[in-house]
Design a protein around this ligand. Structure first.
Ligand code: ZN
Length: 81
């Protein structure tokens, strides 16, 4: 999610904004479009780290599942008499 944190230069409001191609950057409090992009966004950082961790865990689970399937198939082939 392209969520960025901005500080309004007009009223000093800090806010996060989901920025899409169609998004008009404006302060939700005063509608000013003079905004300063904040560089440190802990929420976004932790969210992406979490997403990466979930992706890694899913990949690991998938690998385990395929290895279990192969072991099961080898067992069945060995005992197919
Ligand atoms: Zn403002």
């Amino acid at each position: 999610m392209p969520i960025f944190e901005y500080r309004c230069q007009g009223c000093g409001n800090d806010f996060e904004l989901l920025v899409l191609k169609t998004t008009v950057l404006a302060c939700p409090a005063c509608q000013s479009q003079v905004l300063e992009r904040q560089l440190s966004v802990p929420a976004l950082k932790s969210e992406s780290t979490h997403a990466l961790a979930m992706k890694a865990a899913k990949k690991r689970d998938t690998k385990q599942a395929s290895e279990q399937n192969r072991a099961q198939r080898e067992y069945e082939l060995a005992h197919n008499d």
